[in-house]
Design a protein around this ligand. Structure first.
Ligand SMILES: Cc1ncc(COP(=O)(O)O)c(C=O)c1O
Length: 365
């Protein structure tokens, strides 16, 4: 078999997603038993208590297939957002929905635009569909450059991804900027607004996710249960979109794409306002402490509204390895020389600050 020519040519340049090191691998490198995993923007806390209970109670029914229509979960989302049932899609994480949207719309003849650096799946979506990607640099503050995106749009552009807060910088798009963008964006473009970290935002200037959503214009709003809700392990995300978009995704998706535990856990998480506010406030407190430490050390970082902070260090790869030895796992970025540090629990923050201070004291940053 000639494997080199066997697979679709689009797969050629694709780099598979690099999973983080496994616990045992980290233990071999780290010179401490205390490991702090701050590399995947996960919540440091378990799922909400109501979600945990609901998920535990559903386990005895796992002999049956899950509900392929996600009926109950969509009903819950419908009540939460006051949008029709027919305008809701649920996926095996937001990740699946991003890929399905790309598959539904993109061909090697079309183009897609998004800012960079941003979520790696946007690039993967372009590569796997063969569409040409227009990667527009972020603004100096690390936020989405919407004017740049508008300028990059051509008659062939089918999708524009907008991420706010943006992963990996944490910077947001304001409502004023978003309004200007939505007024100017041509009608042949599907705007996909990825709001995976929206629940962490406290800045009142932030764009209102549904302010332009009317179920008619080509706008999709995506949310995730993986972040503040602490459900990353069961995989569930959702999107609000005009009915034709939902119908196209329904043709492409697996019939049972969202498992029972995920559906039940997500449904029980909706409307838990107090828990949500508590976690958001705690994230803000921990993020402020991290940033205050970076200030003391003279390290620059992007103003973040999410559960992670991109901090600039002279040599991100080396600092990444040194932090690893101290049991702190972060994410280095080749572009821009930054480290993305997930905001975790009080204990995570204390250990991270101590590690940075130690490296500074030893002049190893
Ligand atoms: C910007 C952004 N969008 C979407 C996702 C995917 O989230 P999910 O776990 O719901 O697939 C992530 C995950 O890190 C993300 O950073």
């Amino acid at each position: 078999m000639d494997w080199n020519n066997f697979f679709r040519s689009e797969l050629g340049p694709v780099q598979p997603y690099q999973p983080g090191l496994r616990e045992e691998q980290i233990r071999e490198i780290a010179k401490t038993p205390a490991i702090h995993k701050l590399s995947s923007n996960e919540s440091p806390y378990p799922p909400f208590p109501a979600a945990l209970e609901a998920m535990q109670n559903c386990l005895v029914n796992l002999n049956e297939y899950c509900d392929g229509s996600c009926y109950d979960l969509k009903q819950g989302l419908m009540r939460e957002y006051q949008v029709p049932f027919e305008q809701i899609m649920v996926g095996n994480g937001t990740n699946e929905l991003l890929m399905l949207l790309a598959e539904a719309c993109l061909t090697p003849q079309s183009r897609i635009a998004y800012c960079w650096p941003s979520f790696i799946v946007y690039r993967l979506a372009a590569q796997l569909t063969g569409a040409a990607a227009d990667e527009v640099p972020l603004k100096a503050d690390g936020s989405y450059n919407l004017d740049g995106l508008l300028a990059a749009i051509t008659p062939e552009t089918k999708i524009v991804f907008v991420n706010s807060p943006n992963n990996p910088t944490g910077a947001i798009v304001s409502q004023v900027e978003f309004e200007r963008f939505m007024t100017a964006v041509p009608e042949h473009v599907l705007v996909v607004l990825d709001m995976a970290y929206n629940e962490y935002v406290t800045d009142p200037e932030h764009m209102v996710p549904l302010s332009f959503y009317d179920g008619e214009r080509p706008l999709v709003v995506l949310h995730s249960f993986s972040k503040i809700y602490g459900l990353a392990g069961v995989r569930v995300g959702y999107g609000l979109a005009p009915e034709p978009v939902i119908k196209a995704i329904d043709k492409l998706r697996e019939p049972f794409n969202v498992n029972t535990v995920a559906q039940v856990g997500a449904l029980a998480s909706i409307g838990q306002k107090e828990e949500l506010e508590r976690r958001c406030a705690e994230n803000e407190t921990q993020r402020a402490q991290l940033c205050a430490a970076f200030d003391r050390l003279g390290l620059k970082y992007y103003e973040s509204q999410a559960n992670f902070v991109w901090v600039f260090v002279p040599e991100s790869d080396k600092t990444f390895e040194r932090l690893l030895e101290l049991g702190i796992i972060v994410r280095p970025f080749a572009v821009g020389g930054g480290l993305r540090v997930t905001v975790g629990s009080r204990e995570n923050t204390r250990a991270t600050i101590e590690a940075f201070e130690k490296l500074f004291a030893e002049e190893r940053i």
